[in-house]
Write a protein that binds this ligand. Structure first.
Ligand SMILES: [Zn+2]
Length: 194
């Protein structure tokens, strides 16, 4: 596989990973259980805010494309073929007689590059949020199912990874509730002595 593909896989993984973790934090902090579409949308918006630092990583997606372009421009300015380096002479605009490649270099459009970065960033945020929302719902449904069917299950337990906080069963209302500063965050000693 090419370096370009590896870079894209790496950037994509980091972006989606960051979104998964951010959504896990936001979703836990909101303390909702099986939230409706409006609440999910609000969680996604907050996740995108936590994704802002990742905007600086997104241009790496185009790194090899940009470096190839710079390389080709250098060759052209020396009078060589952009693609194979065959000597053509400065100002030669016909296809290369050696490799047949087009010698007219298209300039890189900054606006298109910025829009592409934003689209990649947004897609990664949505995919990451979707993954975590799916995990959260499966976890909440299994917790509720266990209690509704009287299975042996603790009254309170940590949410599934990567979600923060814990789930609690309220016998009076026979419903599940979310709690942020218990469970998963206890390893940070937030709840010690409370
Ligand atoms: Zn050539």
């Amino acid at each position: 596989m090419s370096v370009s593909l590896w870079t894209r896989i790496l950037v994509g993984t980091v972006l989606i990973g960051w979104a998964v973790l951010s959504y896990g934090l936001v979703r836990g902090a909101m303390e909702d259980v099986l939230p409706d579409a409006g609440d999910v949308l609000a969680d996604i918006v907050m996740t995108m805010l936590l994704m802002v630092p990742m905007l600086f990583l997104t241009p790496l997606w185009f790194l090899s494309c940009l470096s190839r372009h710079t390389h080709a421009r250098k060759r052209k300015s020396r009078g060589d073929c952009c693609e194979c380096g065959h000597t053509l002479g400065v100002g030669f605009d016909q296809p290369c007689p050696e490799c047949g490649s087009d010698q007219r270099l298209k300039p890189i459009e900054t606006r298109r590059l910025v829009v592409s970065c934003l689209v990649i960033w947004l897609c990664a945020g949505l995919v990451g949020s979707g993954i975590t929302e799916t995990i959260a719902r499966m976890d909440e449904k299994s917790f509720i199912h266990a209690h509704e069917h009287g299975m042996f299950h603790p009254k309170s337990r940590s949410r599934a990874w990567p979600l923060w906080g814990s789930l609690k069963w309220d016998e009076a209302t026979r419903s599940a509730k979310g709690s942020f500063l218990e469970g998963r965050s206890s390893f940070l000693d937030f709840s010690t002595g409370l």
